[in-house]
Design a protein around this ligand. Sequence first.
Ligand SMILES: C[S@@+](CC[C@H](N)C(=O)[O-])C[C@H]1O[C@@H](n2cnc3c(N)ncnc32)[C@H](O)[C@@H]1O
Length: 271
Amino acid sequence: MASPQVDTDPIVSILNQIQQRGHSAYTIFEDWVDLMLYALQRRDDPYLEIVDEYNEARDMDHSQGERTMDLFANAFGQLQKQMADTDADILGAVYEEYGMSSDNFGQHFTPHNVCEMLVEITHTVDDQPRDDGTQRAVTDPACGSGRMLLCGGRRLPEAVFVGQDKDPLCAKMTALNLCFFNLDGYAILGDSLTLEYRRVWQTTHSPRGGAVRELDDEQIQTLRDNLAPEDDTDASEEKSEPAKLVAKTGSVPDDTATEQQSLTVFQTEDI
Ligand SMILES: C[S@@+](CC[C@H](N)C(=O)[O-])C[C@H]1O[C@@H](n2cnc3c(N)ncnc32)[C@H](O)[C@@H]1O
């Protein structure tokens, strides 16, 4: 697939418009991400807390359609349109472009065409659905906006995608992206090197579109147990099968009727 032509200008210019009203670039991007994530989870209270911060008297001087919350909504509409047009990680691209002048951003993700090439190179197993009811897992322990996982999702849409990042904004972008692209997965906030799990969002695929929810502590512990490498492998076995990671048991409890439970026993392919 040719690398998509990503045009972040329409979204960046909307976010710039908000910035001119006296908010920092980082706060605006963070609030935009949080607003989308809370809206998708139908979590009204934290959503309204952010809305209140922008609903100052001065903001009401703007005409309807030009108020800050309208601009955030426009940026979301543009994001959806661009994702539909390009099938690409627009959110991560906006993060890169919009944050250029901010000390708090300052990082870049793997270009889309390189992600696609890496997925081609590492995709060594057959991509036929399994007949034993298990899901393959594709993992990225330093996932950024989750772009590499999204590329993997084109080749293995039936897999479960596990992204981890120690940066909260990156973990949240991954959660949004997995949901937008209707993939089963987990976005873990925490340091991969210390196996830290601070927060986890689960995304679930459905014919009506993706869903996302944040796991509670008990569910996070269950996920950790499921993702833990088996410790009964001896060193020689580890050497012969370095990428194999087997979930021990069962499932993450699911309390939302519309969401599918997804994690069972699986085997990973690291990309
Ligand atoms: C250059 S980005 C790459 C993102 C993504 N894999 C890609 O290819 O686009 C590196 C990411 O690794 C994350 N990171 C670095 N060290 C980490 C660690 N120990 N645990 C989790 N994430 C880490 C950073 O926060 C950053 O988002």
